[in-house]
Design a protein around this ligand. Sequence first.
Ligand code: AMP
Length: 417
Amino acid sequence: MKKKIGIIGGGQLGLMIAQEAHRLGAVVSALDPAPDAPAFAETDSHIVAAYDDLEALEKLGDMSDVLTYEFENVPGDILRHLEGKYDIKQGIAPLFDSQDRLREKNNAKKHGLPTPAYVAVPACSASEDCTEVPSKLSDDQRKRELENAVARIGIPCVLKTRRLGYDGHGQAVIKTAADIPQAAQLLSVPCILESFVDFDYEASVVMVSDGSRTIHFPIGRNIHKGGILDLSIVPAKGMYRNSMAGGTKDMEESALGLKIAGACEHFMEDCGYKGILAIELFIKGDDFVFNEMAPRPHNSGHYTIEGCTTNQYRELCRFLLGEPLEVPELIAPTVMKNILGQDLDAAWSVVRASDAGISGNSFCGEAGTGVYVHIYGKTESRPKRKMGHITFVPMTLEEYDECWADKFVYGKYIDGK
Ligand code: AMP
């Protein structure tokens, strides 16, 4: 009998989970509020419903042997109810721990990952997670709360809403005291103030654990533009001993790479998390600090589909299906370019310039040698909306700059941030 996977969320991550689940012979359903959710094009059945529609979620549970989530903000009380009834194999703890930036950073520190200095704003002390915070502060009180927090953390710093922030939304960078009044407007909701990290580069580690074994994918370097991932470059140079000129077989993690992978795997195991977990980090010299985590496949892990011998979606599905995990290896140096709305036409041009056939508004395949285009089939394109990605294998950042960068809005990579 084929196993049935139910996915809460039907975005591009759900789409790629469904593609791999099908390759492994499973049946897939997804639930999403949008009738045109991209994953629905691949799933065997779907439910259009809100994430807090308990009846609909139970229907998904009844249809499935095992449930997973690709969306982080499913209300916690709903998940707790589902957990008692259905097999959410990954559990809800990693989701709960990642839903609030304060809880997330407290948890990272507790399990051995260094974090930037941070404080809750408004200030709170009694309970560790400080969920009881005054919701209505006057403009003056907000400003004072923020001034006090800035005095503790120092300038420059970043104010972030504790919940529901993503891709730089709900954040304000404070570079001088003059930025405080404007930033204080975020304080209509509980926030966290953290020191601005002077990093060399950003990196992410994607891991999958079945409870007895934890694997991690090769660590890539991530370049963000406007708070959104633009490029992932794998391998990240500082993480490996050799330049890979001799091929990926000789690839060995550097002391820094080993330190990071070891700390992240230890974190995952110490927390008792199972399934998939992505951790975003800031790297400075031989050190790193934790930024945030996501208990689902990660944008920076798209590259694994063509860049590695197995990918983040497949290993998640193996875990869900109770199959042994496979250790991933990098096939060749890889660059993944995120395609936001402003680059969608350019991505279609890449497909049209190849001899790949096009039908409809989605695409998934090779468009020229080593150019793997994924267009998710979202009906509405907007600037900054994730519409697809392109993975180039083999490709170094220098080659990307020379051959491809000019086709896209952000142009060439310039050393810096
Ligand atoms: P986040 O949503 O927290 O991942 O933030 C989005 C992006 O903003 C990150 O990928 C970084 O490029 C930048 N950023 C966030 N927090 C900090 C920080 N504490 N110091 C420096 N840059 C940051």
